[in-house]
Design a protein around this ligand. Structure first.
Ligand SMILES: NC(=O)c1ccc[n+]([C@@H]2O[C@H](COP(=O)([O-])OP(=O)(O)OC[C@H]3O[C@@H](n4cnc5c(N)ncnc54)[C@H](O)[C@@H]3O)[C@@H](O)[C@H]2O)c1
Ligand SMILES: [Zn+2]
Length: 360
């Protein structure tokens, strides 16, 4: 059942292992650990579930851990600094390895710490949410939030390996499972109509955590992400397609206070808004907008932004997002279901209409 994919980045290429029971397997970790010192970064929810088996797999090494509070609202500079306190307390050297054990929040914070500690140390991702297994653990984007904007402080730092144990999803709350499906749908929408068809017909299995269905969705998602990252590691072009729904979504997350809307929920609504704008600009058929909305709904996700977030506030927040270049807003729009483009020629009146629209 285990599959290994590769992110092809020349001498910085790395494997993504996907399958059940991988968390416990010492063999997967050893090739990537050079020194003897390993710092596991995790959080208060994940530690009681998976810290002991991971520690057992690292038996014989000098292993320490730092357990962060749980939640997007803690993806801050202050909490991030605790990782450095732990590393310095334990006198960790340049040849140490950081392991992120948890979802995207832990992965982004640990990865960014690994990018900065002594100007960069080794890093392994052990993602335990669907969202982190299909998206955030792959591709090397790391970072933290600022009160003014999501992920505004960060770095590119590729891991040496991604170890995605699909059995860890057994303990994931249903709302988090749905949030992960938002990013899975994203891959189908931007690149792979056949995968989108498959998702449409297997949504019930995915929501009931059928292991085969989940494994397939994770593998296909990682394949698409690995391919896009290999083509454009630093997002000078096509990688930006992965931001479908995210400029709208980040605005929703920032406006609602971090942690109130899950990232995947905001992306779900954001993708519906991107589809809506694409149709208003004449690029996408109305029937396809409905199809996107139906898929997002079936995945258990919202299709509308919060009612109190008006067009003016939306615009302010979207202007902070990193996708603004030279003062021009760039958005990922759909030209078909399974095909996306990056555009900075956004019709401002149509955008206002999308930002103010609330469909029944
Ligand atoms: N770096 C990237 O390329 C990238 C891509 C997408 C998202 N992100 C970031 O990822 C974050 C969202 O990640 P997320 O959705 O994984 O959220 P998360 O890390 O907050 O995890 C969701 C919740 O599930 C809990 N949890 C984790 N694993 C569990 C398990 N196996 N069983 C039970 N509970 C578990 C966590 O403690 C948390 O409460 C956001 O901050 C987003 O910005 C980054
Ligand atoms: Zn995302």
């Amino acid at each position: 059942m285990t599959r290994t994919l590769e992110v092809d980045l020349g001498d910085r290429s790395y494997p993504i292992h996907i399958g059940p029971g991988l968390l416990h397997d010492p063999v997967l970790y050893r090739p990537h650990i050079r020194g003897r010192q390993v710092m596991i970064v995790t959080n208060e929810t994940v530690a009681p579930l998976y810290l002991a088996p991971l520690r057992a797999a690292l038996d014989g090494l000098e292993v320490c851990e730092v357990v962060l509070p749980d939640g997007e609202q803690y993806k801050t500079l202050e909490v991030w600094n605790r990782i450095f306190d732990a590393l310095l307390d334990a006198r960790f050297a340049r040849d140490c390895t950081l392991i992120a054990l948890g979802g995207g929040v832990v992965g982004d914070m640990a990865g960014f710490a690994a990018a900065c500690y002594q100007r960069g140390v080794a890093f392994i991702q052990v993602p335990t949410t669907l969202l982190s297994q299909v998206d955030s653990s792959v591709g090397g984007k790391t970072g933290i939030n600022h009160p003014a904007g999501k992920n505004m402080i960060g770095a590119f730092h590729q891991p040496l390996a991604v170890i995605a144990d699909t059995e860890t999803l057994d303990t994931l709350p249903q709302r988090e499972l749905s949030a992960g499906l938002a990013e899975v749908l994203k891959y189908g929408l931007i690149r792979d109509p056949a995968f989108l068809d498959w998702l449409e017909s297997h949504m019930a299995e995915l929501l009931s955590r059928d292991p085969e269905a989940l494994a397939h969705a994770i593998r296909r998602s990682c394949e698409i992400k690995a391919q896009i990252v290999a083509e454009d590691e630093l997002e000078s072009g096509q990688r930006a397609l992965l931001n479908l729904g995210h400029t709208f979504g980040h605005a929703i997350e920032t406006a609602s206070g971090y942690g109130n809307w899950l990232h995947g929920e905001a992306v779900g609504a954001g993708m519906c808004m991107a589809a809506d704008l694409s149709a208003r600009m004449g690029w996408l058929a109305e029937a396809d907008v409905e199809r996107v909305r139906r898929l997002v709904t079936c995945a258990g996700l919202p299709t509308e932004p919060p009612p109190e977030l008006d067009a003016e506030r939306f615009r302010e927040l979207m202007a902070v997002d990193k996708k603004v270049l030279d003062g021009r807003l760039r958005l990922v729009l759909l030209t078909a279901v399974g095909e996306a483009v990056i555009s900075d020629e956004i019709d401002q009146d149509q955008l206002t209409a999308t930002l103010s629209a609330r469909r029944p």
